[in-house]
Write a protein that binds this ligand. Sequence first.
Ligand code: RIB
Length: 290
Amino acid sequence: MVKRPKITVVGSINMDLVTSTDLFPAQGETVRGNDFQTIPGGKGANQAVASARLGADVKMIGCVGDDAFGDELLDNLRTENIAVDNVARIKDTRSGLANIVLSEKDNRIIIISGANAHVTPDYIEKTKAAILDSDYVLIQFEIPKETIEYCIHMCAEHDIPIIVNPAPAFGLAQDSWHKASYITPNQTEWQQLFNNNWNEKLIVTRGEQGVSFIEKSKEKHISSHPVNVVDTTGAGDTFNGALAVALAEGKSIEESVKFANAAAALSIGKLGAQKGMPTKEQVEQFILKD
Ligand code: RIB
C-alpha cells in the first residue's frame, strides 16, 4: 500500500462570491446575472482540498478573519479532513474574498486579501514544525511576496521540496526561483515571468492546449482531455494539489503531470472551485478509460 503523502499548503483562504451571467459586461455596462453563490475558495485552500481528496494528509497554513466567512472557511477545511491547527483567526479583520464572474466558459476574478495579508514571514516561522514535517510544500501568490520568498528559502535549507505556483503572477528574487523544486505557471504567467523561456523546473499549464514541461533536457507535452466545461475556477489549483500528491508518492514527472492533468479535467465539471475536485479512484478510472 502506498504511504499517505504529507502535504503542507501555505497560502490563501477566500470566500468566493460567484456570479454567473450569459455575457461579461463591457466597461460601463450593466447586465443581468443568472445566479449568485458564496463558495469556499482561495488558491491555497483549493490546493489543500485537491490534495486531501486525493488521499494526502494535508496541513493548511494561512489566516482567516473573525467574521462569519472565517467560521465557514474553517468548517469547510475541517470537513475536507485538512488539519487547521496552523490557520490563525485575525481579530477585527475580514476573511479574504474573491469576486468571481463566470461567463462564456471562463472567469474573471478580483481578490481582496483581507486576512491573507497576515500570512507573514513571522507567522511562517511559528509554523515551521509543520513545514519541516512535510513530503511536499505547495505555495501560491495570494499572500505577501516576502512570505513566499521566506518559505522557499526555509524549505530549501531543510531539503523539503516545494512547488511554487506563481498565481497571480509577480516576480521573485532570482535565488528564490532557483531554490523552488518546481514552478507551475499557466501560459500567461509563464510569458509574464519567464518571457516564454524554458528551464528544468517549469511545468506550464495551458488550459485546452494541455501541459508542457522539461524532462531529462527534453520538452514534453501532455494533451488536455475533452470534457464538459461548467466552471474552470480552481482547475489550476486541482492540478497543483494533484501534482504534489503524485510527486510525493514517487511518480516520475511525466506520470505526475498526467495524473494532475486528469484531476484538473475532472474538476471543471461542477460549479465552484472545490466541488468538482476528484478522488484518487475517480482520477485513476478516468485515466484508464481515456
Ligand atoms: O484559483 C481559483 C481561486 O482564485 C478562487 O477560488 C479564488 O478564491 C481566487 O483566489
